[in-house]
Design a protein around this ligand. Structure first.
Ligand SMILES: C[S@@+](CC[C@H](N)C(=O)[O-])C[C@H]1O[C@@H](n2cnc3c(N)ncnc32)[C@H](O)[C@@H]1O
Length: 177
């Protein structure tokens, strides 16, 4: 479990954010959750298609900024502070392999998966039947470990989009209950 509740600056929307945003633009439903919302960019897109949107982040300073446009913000790890089920949960994971979690925006821990595994575990009972969990990782991460863990939690998974950027490939995973 990470013990960092704040980092200096919210993650500024980047290539990965835009790649993810383009994919969720047409999603619709009742309730959606954006885990690790950072600036709130993805949560704002979800507001167009969902009646109720929650944004979570472990970094309180990021969340304070996101709260200027998202009403329902919660500072917690993954979905741990929540007790409801969602039609859609999205997470642009912090995925860079790192010895320690110094910058919560990008550091994913050992093999880039430690934080992702925590987040995926927190989501396992938070998806409505027929709902889905979308998460974004990179070829720099041991993403197969994340996918296998997601399957162990009872999700059917598939890689739905890939995009090469610079020296990595972005990988968007869909997990369905
Ligand atoms: C790669 S950034 C993505 C930010 C934003 N969603 C975007 O797409 O631009 C990862 C975000 O996850 C947050 N984060 C890191 N560990 C977390 C955890 N255990 N639970 C919730 N959020 C976490 C970071 O603070 C950061 O805002």
């Amino acid at each position: 479990m990470q013990n960092v509740l704040s980092n200096s600056e919210p993650y500024a929307p980047s290539d990965d954010t835009i790649f993810f945003a383009n994919y969720i633009r047409n999603e619709t439903g009742n309730c959606a959750l954006d885990i690790g919302t950072g600036s709130g960019y993805l949560a704002k897109i979800l507001l167009r298609g969902f009646n109720f949107v929650v944004a979570s982040d472990i970094a309180f300073d990021s969340l304070r900024k996101a709260h200027s446009s998202i009403d329902n913000c919660i500072c917690c790890s993954g979905a741990n502070g929540l007790n409801t089920k969602f039609d859609l949960v999205v997470c642009n994971l912090p995925y860079l392999p790192s010895e320690k979690i110094r910058d919560t925006a990008v550091d994913g821990g050992k093999n880039g998966v430690e934080v992702g595994l925590e987040i995926i575990e927190s989501v396992k009972n938070m998806i409505k039947k027929g709902g889905k969990f979308l998460f974004l990782v990179s070829s720099l991460t041991n993403y197969q470990e994340l996918i296998t863990k997601t399957q162990e939690f009872g999700f059917a998974t598939k890689i739905i989009e890939r995009k090469k950027i610079f020296f990595e490939e972005l990988i968007l995973v869909e997990a369905k209950k």
